[in-house]
Structure formats: C-alpha cells, structure tokens
Design a binder for this molecule. Sequence first.
Ligand code: SF4
Length: 352
Amino acid sequence: MLVGGGLGRTPYLGPTIRRSLPARHLLSYLQAILRVYNRHGRRDNLWKARIKVLVASLGAEEFARQVEEEWDRTDKAAIDLPDTELARIRAAFAPLGFQTLPRVSTVFEAARSEDRGLARFVRNNVVAHKIQGYAIVKIALKAPGETPGDCSAEQMDIVADLAERYSLDEVRVAYEQNLILPHVRLDEIPGVYQTLLAAGLATPNINLISDIIACPGLDYCALANARAIPIAQDIARMFADPELAEDIGELKIKISGCINACGHHHVGHIGILGVDKKGEEFYQLSLGGSGEDDAALGQILGPALPADRVTAAVDNLVAVYLRERHGAERFVDTFRRTGLNPFKEAVYADAH
Ligand code: SF4
C-alpha cells in the first residue's frame, strides 16, 4: 500500500506503508487510512488539506503505525466484502472472447520483414499481450507539430471501427494522451497499421522524445502561467526524424503550464514547467523524474528560461546525453549516473 504520493505545488513520492495485504481486506484497510487522515488532516489550511501533506509531516513510519493501530481495532468483517459478493462482482466481468492462436503469426512476421514502416511501428507502438497470438497496439496522438493528445472526430470514428473489428470492442485512453487497442490479433496488425497510416494515426513514437505530454496551458486553461502546447510542438518538430528519435530512445518529456502539474512535469525525464516572470512566460526545466517503477521527482536544472530558449535547451540536453551515454543506457539513467552538472553547463553556457 502506497500512501501520500502526489504532484502539484508540493510533489511527493508515495511511501510504501505496507508491503502486502490480502485482497479481501482492501476496504477495511482503506477505511483505516482514511480514518487516520480524517483525524489529523489539516482542515485549517486549504493548501495543506491533502493526505500527502499529512504523511510527509508525520513521517511514513508513524503514519503506517497509526493506520495499523486503527485497522487492528476495526471490525473487518463488517466492512470487507464477503467472498460471495466478490464472486458476484467477478461474474459480472465476463471473460473476453479470445481465440486460441499460435504464438507466432507467419502473416505478421512476413509483413514486418517486408515493410520497414510497419517494422518501426511494431518496435515502438506494439507491446506483448499475455494471451498468445495477441498484441497491444498503442496509437500515438503525437504527430510531430500537432497538438499532443488531439484527435479529430473522423479519426475517432476510425479508431472506434478498429476497436470493434479488431480489438474485442475495446479502446482505452492513456494518461500519456494516447489511445490503445488492447487486444489485436498478431495477424491483423498489418491491416490495422495500414488503416492507422491512412488516417494519420501511425506515428511510431511511443515513449520517444516526441511523445510529449502537454497540459492545455495558456491556450485554454485559466490557471496557466505559460503555454505548453506550442513548446511541445516545437520540440516534437525538432526531433521529427524517426531515425533520430529511435537513436535517442526512451525519453519522456512532460510539460505543465503552471505549478498544478496536470502535465506531470515533476515525473518527466525532462520536465518543463511554465512560470510567470513579471508577466512574461518562462520555463523551468527539471531532469531525472519518472512516474514508472523507478519513480523519482525531477531536479531543477537552473534558472527558468524564456520561451524562445526552451527548444534549444532540450537540444543541448539531448546532445549531452548522446555524448555521455554508455551503450544502450536511457537518458534518465545517464542523468542519474552523471548528475546535473554536465547538463546544466551545456544549457546555461549556451544561454549566455
Ligand atoms: S498544469 Fe496548470 S495550466 Fe496546465 S492544465 Fe493544469 S492548471 Fe491548467
């Protein structure tokens, strides 16, 4: 159980307060957590009325101790769902109609060895499925130069048709501002790819430098300090060459137009935060964040930069990475090994 994580003005990684909990006790344990928060949470201060603030001020160990104490005196049987109810809920989720398929599809293998575009798409946008003969197809709404996460009504119709015909009627929306067809048969991937390609939806850049998360920023959001979308567009245009993007490898850029962090900039390998300096749009860069299993909050690189310096700064950061990386090391791992200095020097030497 991880409690007390969150982004926004005061970002925290959620500490683990319990390493394992039998599933049947989930409700009673959650109630114990909420009771402790209810008892000590900062209702006196709107900005501090967050469970993350309480966990940080008490310390994870003390918070965990209080939760366990509360849970011990909880009448679990009165709160946790009985097995009969769990079975009833499980039964409502009918198994999907997966077919029994061979592990390897010769149609798929032949198509990707003939078509380099398909091969690139598969390398970057297709991931393994736990059911043999199926795969998960990610649709990047990140064509370089377009608004991250945007999709026209016509494109959405096409995605809905693909989901209906080839993905057991399912399409999902990812927080990375992309779409996912979760259950595509391997032998149907070439056809799905061709349809996506014709619709302008086959950008092969999942998790690459142009797969940028950007919040609506000053273009649409009343709370913003600065624009996020044009910054994302400029960076993506600069790295539009798919060969270059693949060579750079996994690099997650996340942009928020203000400290509320809707673009999750704290957990970007490169985070970009819009700030207001005397009415002008500036951007603070941070490096080394991650929202994955290797979760980390980014470290601020240095003074905020004006809008017209941001793309060049990202270019400099990438150049340092390409110079310093060991083998197939990712950007974030190079950063963790070298620390801020080489990156800082490159960006600020260029700024003066
Ligand atoms: S981070 Fe700020 S600017 Fe961006 S959507 Fe959230 S509140 Fe608006």
